[in-house]
Unconditional design. Structure first.
Ligand code: XMP
Length: 561
């Protein structure tokens, strides 16, 4: 099969990167082949030009998902894949370019992960970030070594090739975020330096075949111009149209669900959150009355939540809903459990078991739909992203029992939260459902430190409903990604009236975030915090001290467990 020429428009002469060495692209490919000791190059098969995808190759960076987010912000579809994903899985995505993520390894170490050969052979544009850059430089014959100085945090990048399309619209110097120990010491043949920083003479490199390497992280918010760099790469260099919209997603998903389900039947787990509501509505659109929704009250919901959720669904979604009150079963299962991961697995397992029982009552049902999102998939270090380090097993993904009798349908598996909200609005779901703050599957169980008991649940519900009420009155609910209370296992001494008290410490957490991958603690007004504290102490028995959590993510996570 002849090698394909990238479909990007021919760049004007002024945008071309002058190669420092006049080596043909094919020479790199031969060189890369030689370096890998391969005999023959596997010619990639190219798919029909339908949806355009940027493939983000994951080398294990905690920022890999942010790269995916930045690409989606350009209205271009992208998928994050493990670095050793075979071409057969990449080809159907119709790739238009590759972004190679950072990662914890050192290319200097034996066995360090390297890009697959198809990345060069496809001749599509490549942007390697941090480790991704080093891997490309090493692979294509450059020299990478430990730098004399590590660079962590802010630094100033100076552009030395302002005509480079990657830099279009950027000032000649800009603040960027670095986090690396190794660096490129000698360019691979055919590459040239495009930008430098104080400690990295080769902070951005590139060649004539639109292979770029960036030592810094354009995906993090600290690189203020990162968005422009992504737009330049994805739209200008890869030639994507930027037309991936909620409407496109809806029609694609509806077709996919129809294909997957055929004549089968689906049960959908409704949680009350936007994710499962959007998933159910999409599936309803695809297969109508072959879908039955089940809402399980696990006893770990907030005050009045089961009633509120049921009413909203009945009013807004004209679907059959089976309501199951399983609070006793979940509480029994959680008796004596204090470990956070154990709580997640207990809740997840019980949840699936009840679903199996309910589905059995409905007759033959082959599929279980869930509103799993992309962050859940990635943070649980699923097989799709095996290089990442596991942080928490979010129960939608990590806690499923191996003996599960359903095939999973997860139509939102590749979406970020804000994309789900856009899809929900496009599907016509009501605004209060769309803008509900995320609530974790294991519910209040992971907001109670230590054992979950009825008494402790009631305390937390009381504190949480006051907090929510005050946040809504202050008209801050939608600005906050999440706001909630945590019941700690700390007791402290207080004084109320003339009496000594010995009560629980409740923590209040309010955060802003774009996607739950990173978060900042919200600077709530002091008078609001004071009101929340006064009301909780006065209205909730057994609580005598309130603290406000002023930790961002990272280093903390959003939930305490
Ligand atoms: P963390 O605590 O990991 O939370 O920073 C990120 C987001 O995920 C939610 N979360 C969960 N959702 N099952 C879920 O369905 C879980 O086990 C779980 N743990 C955390 C959390 O509320 C935040 O929005």
């Amino acid at each position: 099969m002849p090698r394909r020429k990238p479909e990007t428009k021919e760049k004007p002469e002024s945008h071309r990167i002058a190669a420092s060495d006049d080596i043909e692209v094919s020479a790199y490919l031969e060189l890369a082949k030689e370096l890998r000791g391969e005999q023959s190059v596997v010619e990639p098969k190219l798919p029909p030009r339908e949806r355009e995808t940027i493939v983000v190759v994951d080398f294990g960076s905690q920022y890999s998902m942010l790269i995916a987010r930045r690409v989606r912000e350009c209205q271009v579809y992208c998928e994050l894949v493990a670095h050793d994903t075979p071409w057969e899985k990449i080809a159907p995505l119709n790739p238009r370019g590759f972004i190679l993520s950072g990662g914890p390894a050192s290319v200097c170490d034996p066995g360090a992960p390297l890009p697959s050969s198809y990345i060069y052979e496809s001749r599509l544009p490549v942007m390697g970030i941090c480790y991704g850059m080093l891997a490309v430089a090493h692979h294509l014959g450059g020299h990478v070594a430990r730098g004399a100085k590590h660079e962590y945090g802010h630094t100033i990048l100076h552009l030395s090739a302002e005509d480079c399309p990657l830099f279009a619209g950027l000032p000649s110097s800009l603040p960027v975020w670095m986090s690396h120990g190794d660096q490129v010491m000698e360019l691979p043949p055919g590459f040239r330096a495009l930008a430098y920083s104080e400690n990295s003479p080769l902070a951005v490199i590139g060649n004539d075949s639109t292979i770029y390497g960036l030592q810094f992280h354009p995906e993090v918010v600290h690189t203020a111009e990162g968005k422009t760099i992504f737009q330049n790469f994805v739209l200008r260099i890869c030639g994507c149209k930027g037309n991936w919209t909620p409407a496109n997603f809806i029609s694609e998903s509806v077709d996919k669900i129809k294909d997957q389900v055929g004549d089968g039947r689906v049960v959908c787990a409704l949680s009350g959150g936007v994710d499962s509501a959007v998933a159910a509505t999409l599936i309803d659109r695809a297969i109508g009355n072959k879908l039955t929704c089940i809402f399980i009250n696990n006893g770990l919901l907030r005050r009045d939540e089961p009633e509120r959720v049921l009413n909203t669904f009945k009013r807004n979604l004209k679907m059959d809903i089976v309501y199951v009150d399983a609070a006793d079963r979940f509480l029994e299962r959680l008796k004596g459990v204090t470990d956070p991961e154990q709580k997640r697995h207990s809740v997840g397992n019980e949840f699936i078991r009840i679903f199996e029982e309910e589905a059995a009552k409905l007759g033959k049902i082959g599929f279980l739909a869930q509103g799993t999102l992309y962050p859940d998939v990635i943070e649980s270090a699923s097989p799709e992203t095996k290089a990442a380090v596991k942080i928490k097993s979010h129960h939608n993904v990590g806690g499923l029992p191996a003996r599960m009798n359903f095939t999973l349908i997860e139509p939102l598996r590749h979406l970020f939260k804000d994309e789900v909200r856009q899809v929900g609005l496009a599907l016509g779901l009501p605004e209060d459902m769309i803008w509900r703050q995320p609530f974790p599957g294991p519910g209040l169980s992971i907001r109670i430190i230590g054992e979950v008991t009825r008494e402790r649940l009631e305390i937390l519900r009381g504190a949480d409903s006051i907090l929510m009420n005050e946040i809504k009155n202050a008209k801050l609910y939608r600005q906050l990604w999440q706001s909630f209370a945590i019941l700690t296992d700390v007791k402290s001494v207080g004084v109320m009236g003339d009496y000594r008290t010995y009560g629980y410490l409740v923590a209040v957490r309010a955060i802003t975030s774009e996607d739950a991958m990173t978060a900042d603690w919200a600077r709530l007004p002091y008078d609001l915090l004071a009101r929340i504290s006064d009301r909780i102490i006065n209205e909730v028995p057994n609580v005598n001290r309130i603290v406000y959590d002023i930790t961002s993510k990272p280093p903390a996570t959003i939930e305490w467990e």
